[in-house]
Design a protein around this ligand. Structure first.
Ligand SMILES: Nc1ccn([C@@H]2O[C@H](COP(=O)(O)OP(=O)(O)OP(=O)(O)O)[C@@H](O)[C@H]2O)c(=O)n1
Ligand SMILES: O=P(O)(O)OC[C@@H](O)[C@@H](O)[C@@H](O)CO
Length: 415
C-alpha cells in the first residue's frame, strides 16, 4: 500500500535554547568518543509527546507542567535528555495553548536543542507531528532527519543515558526497540457480563514502558500508513512498527524509575526521588586550614551517621578554583563552618559562585552557615548585628532558589 501522503506539516516554532551546560555535556562527549572504533554513531533525535491534559491527575494543570520542587515536571525530563550529548534534537509536542508556557520553561531553565511542534488530539497524533517536523528539512529550521529517533513521554522524568543508549543501539540493529518492566499486577480479560473471562500468566508478560527507539524511516512510514482508529485509540508505538512495518521490536529491560507520572501520587513519588537524589552529597566548607577545626569533627560525624551520603570537605572557599570543582560535582547541600569570623562575606562569595554556576536554576541549593564564637572574646551585640544581616540576605537569595540559614553557637574557650 502506498504510504498516505503526509498531512499538512505542523507549525514548527523556532528552536529555542541557551548555552550548553559544560559539565554534563563534556562528560557525555567523552563517553560518546569512547564508542568502539569503526562504528559510526547514528544521528539521533528525540520526540517528546507533551500535549496531554492529564485527566487522571485530577488537577487543572496538565501534569507535564505540574511543579515538582517548584519546577515543572517536563523540565526534569528535558534535563535528563539534554545530559545525553549524542541526542542532537529534542522535539516537544505541546498544545497551542501551552506553547508560550513551554517557551517560558525553556528560557527559564536554559534548556537547549529544543524545538516545539503542535500536539495532536491524541498521543499518537502528537508523536506523528513530532516525526513530521524531523522528516522534512525545512530551510528555516536546524532540524534534519535522524537515522534513529527516540520516543519518550514527557512525563517520565527519570530516564538515564544507559537505557537510551540500549534502545538506540537495539533500534539500529532491529529497527525498533522499547523498554519493558515486570508487571506489578496480573492482567485479566473481563467478559461482556463484567466477570472474569481469563487472566494472563503474569510471568510471561511485561509492561511496555518508555523510552522507545526506532529507525526513523520505520516509525515514520508506520505513522503515515496508520489507520485513523490506531491514531485515535492506539497506545503502543512498538505495535505500529509491527503492524505497518512488520518490525518486531527488541525489548530492553528497563530500570524501576522509568514509570510514567499519571496520578497525583506519582507527583509525590517524583518529588521524593528528586529530593533523595540531590541530597546525596554534602560539602563542608571551613574557614581555616587548622586540622583541629571543628568542621573536621562534624565531617567525621556526618560520614558515620549518613551512610548513603557523600560527605566532602573543602578548605577556605576563597580559592575560587576549588569551589568550581565542588560545584561541578553537582553538590546541592553546603555547610560552612566558621570559627575565625562572623563576617559573612565568605557566605556571599559562596552564594555568588553557586548562582554563577546555574546550579540553583535547576534545583534548590541549601547553604547552612554555622558560626562558633567564643562569647568571652566576642561582644554579643557586635557580632549579632553582623549575623542578623544574614537573615535579610537569606530572604533575598531565596528568590533565586538558594535556601540559606545561619546557626550561631556561642561557647566558652576552654581554659
Ligand atoms: N493528545 C496527547 C495526549 C497525551 N500526550 C502525551 O503523551 C504522554 C503520555 O500520555 P498520558 O500519560 O496518557 O498523558 P495524558 O493524556 O495527559 O493523561 P490522561 O490520560 O490522564 O489525560 C504524556 O506526556 C502526554 O502529555 C500527547 O502528547 N498528546
Ligand atoms: O496510554 P497512556 O497515554 O497513559 O500511555 C502511553 C504510553 O506511555 C503507554 O502506552 C506505554 O505502555 C508505552 O507504550
Amino acid at each position: 500500500m502506498e504510504p498516505r501522503p503526509a498531512a499538512p506539516r505542523p507549525r514548527l516554532c523556532d528552536s529555542l535554547g541557551a548555552d550548553q551546560t559544560p559539565s554534563a555535556s563534556t562528560l557525555n562527549a567523552a563517553r560518546a568518543e569512547a564508542r568502539p572504533a569503526g562504528r559510526r554513531a547514528p544521528a539521533v533525535a528525540a520526540v517528546l509527546p507533551a500535549g496531554g491534559s492529564g485527566e487522571r491527575m485530577g488537577v487543572p494543570t496538565p501534569k507535564q507542567f505540574c511543579p515538582v520542587l517548584e519546577r515543572p515536571l517536563i523540565s526534569y525530563t528535558l534535563q535528563a535528555l539534554e545530559r545525553v550529548c549524542w541526542i542532537k534534537d529534542i522535539v516537544v509536542a505541546v498544545t497551542g495553548e501551552n506553547m508560550e508556557a513551554m517557551k517560558g520553561i525553556i528560557q527559564k531553565y536554559q534548556h537547549q536543542r529544543i524545538s516545539l511542534v503542535e500536539a495532536g488530539v491524541t498521543r499518537h497524533r502528537s508523536i506523528f507531528n513530532g516525526l513530521k517536523a524531523l522528516a522534512e528539512d525545512q530551510p528555516d529550521s536546524k532540524l534534519s532527519k535522524p537515522e534513529v529517533v527516540i520516543i519518550h513521554d514527557a512525563v517520565r522524568p527519570f530516564v538515564e543515558e544507559d537505557v537510551l543508549l540500549k534502545v538506540v543501539t537495539a533500534a539500529k540493529e532491529y529497527g525498533a526497540a522499547g523498554a519493558i518492566r515486570p508487571l506489578v499486577s496480573t492482567v485479566i480479560s473481563p467478559s461482556a457480563d463484567g466477570c472474569l473471562d481469563h487472566s494472563l500468566e503474569r510471568a510471561r508478560h511485561r509492561a511496555s514502558e518508555m523510552p522507545q527507539a526506532f529507525l526513523f524511516d520505520v516509525i515514520y512510514e508506520a505513522y503515515q500508513q496508520c489507520s485513523d482508529y490506531d491514531l485515535e485509540f492506539g497506545t503502543e508505538c512498538l505495535q505500529l512498527a509491527l503492524k505497518y512495518g512488520h518490525i518486531k521490536a527488541k525489548l530492553v529491560e528497563g530500570s524501576p524509575d522509568l514509570w510514567k507520572v499519571t496520578y497525583k501520587r506519582d507527583l509525590y513519588a517524583a518529588e521524593s526521588i528528586i529530593k533523595e537524589r540531590i541530597s546525596q552529597h554534602i560539602c563542608l566548607i571551613m574557614d581555616t586550614k587548622d586540622e583541629n577545626h571543628v568542621g573536621h569533627r562534624l565531617e567525621e560525624v556526618l560520614k558515620d551517621e549518613l551512610n548513603h551520603v557523600k560527605v566532602t570537605s573543602r578548605l577556605p572557599c576563597h580559592t575560587g578554583r576549588d569551589l568550581d570543582q565542588i560545584v561541578s560535582e553537582q553538590c546541592y547541600s553546603y555547610v560552612c563552618v566558621n570559627v575565625m569570623t562572623s563576617d559573612f562575606e565568605e557566605i556571599r562569595k559562596l552564594v555568588n559562585m553557586l548562582e554563577e554556576s546555574n546550579l540553583s536554576i535547576l534545583y534548590p541549593v541549601v547553604v547552612i552557615s554555622v558560626y562558633f564564637l567564643d562569647y568571652k572574646s566576642v561582644p554579643f551585640d557586635q557580632k549579632m548585628e553582623n549575623l542578623m544581616q544574614i537573615r535579610e540576605y537569606a530572604k533575598e537569595v531565596k528568590k533565586r532558589n538558594i535556601l540559606l540559614c545561619g546557626l550561631l553557637i556561642y561557647y566558652p574557650q576552654l581554659p
